[in-house]
Design a protein around this ligand. Structure first.
Ligand SMILES: [Zn+2]
Length: 458
């Protein structure tokens, strides 16, 4: 385990704090920002319960006025002889390899299986053992003696976050979570979309996972194939966390993202409403989630739009009742909006097709799939963006693609035009949303790409 864990404090910092009253500093030098972040007095440092002074930290010369010490002027008082090996708990570091489970690792270390089971069960209150990643270090302590008892387990599943279970005197187990003190920074990343939105965002410092989810969110509003032009720009504001040595502990949430397209500016804002639901909104406070996704899969290109087209084989015009998206076989297909699956079955020329019923009697259809997702079964409720199957070429199809239809009022409509009415924030929620917008805008005004601003960790 990293030495810094031994001095980790118990100061808990809210994971998703609201934006603080204002910037602590404006700078483009992360190290300076970091110093500034440390400037306010830290929370009282509570020693971690398991930290014990090391033998070498003990004074080798006793103070003259120490009680009970013979005050012979030249006496050098040595600390007690270190306890014999067998009397101190044995500490072991277990490194997770692919295929290991916590139980198998403890078993391999000679821990009694009933003990291991009880400890793991308690640990699971703080951390799901199934999420153990290869390379993670697990520190365990065993009691001295021939048949050692497990005393405690300590894991740092992600930087700055330490979970621990310890055996209590009565034999029960206690769990704890320690979050290293961290400073929160607002980061601004911006750039031109040339060469693709995803690579452009990651190049500018947006973490890959964040970039992917942002593209999915923006997919509610933008047809990337048609709308993005060379020279269009993006801006992303997001949280970054650093420990007190300045190392990045991780990233929080996107607060706001802006796409400046040739003809318009598109903003998306993350906001937790008063009911506690986190949603994405446009600049006017309209929820994006109520809209249908324009593209129910990632990285696809429109190979055939809605409307009249010349049939490639028969040569006459007919109306194409949906939109075709060309994508490799196996590409995940998402539910375009929240709804209930009507069916997932083979339907003639459509091949393997999923139908989903949404609010107001709207139905979406996803055809030519190679397979259905395991949970895509009739009657099942799905959230927007849930994977329902994979691209294929079943039925009457000349190559892997998704044929996507929207049925409203009993007939197929152009999915690109179909936008369900959005829910707009109102009342106190709208006021809080507006206040947050102006606070973030004020904080972010005038700081450059790649800059960080320290925020209060309130
Ligand atoms: Zn089609």
């Amino acid at each position: 385990m990293r030495p810094s864990l031994a001095i980790a404090t118990l100061a808990l910092i809210s994971l998703y704090p609201a934006i603080g009253p204002g910037p602590a500093i404006l700078t483009s030098r992360p190290e300076a920002a970091h110093e500034a972040a440390l400037a306010p007095p830290a929370e009282p440092q509570a020693a971690a319960p398991w930290s014990e002074p090391c033998i070498t930290d003990l004074p080798s010369v006793a103070p003259a006025d120490a009680p009970g010490i013979n005050p012979a002027p030249t006496a050098v008082i040595l600390p007690d002889a270190p306890p014999k090996e067998a009397e101190v708990p044995q500490e072991r570091i277990l490194v997770v390899a692919r295929g290991d489970t916590l139980a198998s690792l403890l078993d391999g270390a000679g821990v009694d299986s009933a003990d291991a089971h009880a400890a793991i069960e308690r640990l699971a209150r703080q951390f799901r053992p199934s999420q153990l990643r290869p390379g993670t270090e697990i520190a365990i302590r065993l009691s001295p003696g021939e048949t050692p008892d497990l005393l405690d387990i300590e894991i740092e599943p992600e930087p700055g976050r330490t979970v621990r279970v310890a055996r209590q005197p009565d034999g029960s187990w206690a769990d704890s979570l320690t979050i290293a003190p961290r400073s929160r920074f607002l980061v601004r990343a911006e750039g031109s979309v040339d060469g693709g939105l995803f690579p452009a965002m990651t190049r500018s410092g947006v973490p890959a996972g964040m970039a992917l989810s942002l593209i999915r969110i923006l997919g509610h509003q933008v047809d990337f194939q048609r709308d993005l032009q060379p020279g269009d720009r993006f801006e992303v504001l997001f949280d970054r966390f650093r420990d007190d040595e300045g190392d990045v502990l991780g990233h929080g949430q996107i607060l706001k993202a802006t796409l400046t397209l040739s003809g318009r500016t598109l903003e998306v804002w993350r906001y937790k409403n008063r009911a506690g639901d986190v949603e994405w909104y446009d600049a006017q406070g309209r929820s994006l989630r109520r809209s249908f996704m324009r593209t129910p899969l990632d990285g696809a290109r429109v190979s055939s739009g809605f409307g009249p087209r010349s049939h490639p084989v028969l040569g006459f015009n007919r109306v194409h009742q949906g939109i075709d998206f060309a994508a490799p076989t196996g590409t995940p297909i998402y539910a375009a909006a929240e709804g209930v699956i009507i069916s997932a079955k083979r339907e003639g020329g459509y091949g393997l097709m999923v139908r989903i019923r949404h609010a107001n009697g709207v139905e979406t259809r996803y055809a030519h799939m190679s397979r259905f997702a395991r949970n895509a079964t009739a009657g099942r409720r799905v959230r927007q963006g849930a994977v329902i199957g994979a691209v294929g070429s079943t039925g009457l199809s000349t190559g892997p693609h998704l044929h996507y239809e929207v049925v409203a009022g009993g007939r197929q409509v152009n999915p690109a035009r179909h936008v369900q009415e959005a829910v707009r924030l109102a009342g106190a929620d709208l006021a809080a949303f507006r206040a947050r917008q102006s606070r973030i805008t004020r904080i972010a005004a005038g700081f450059g790409s790649g800059d960080e601003i320290a925020l209060a960790s309130d």
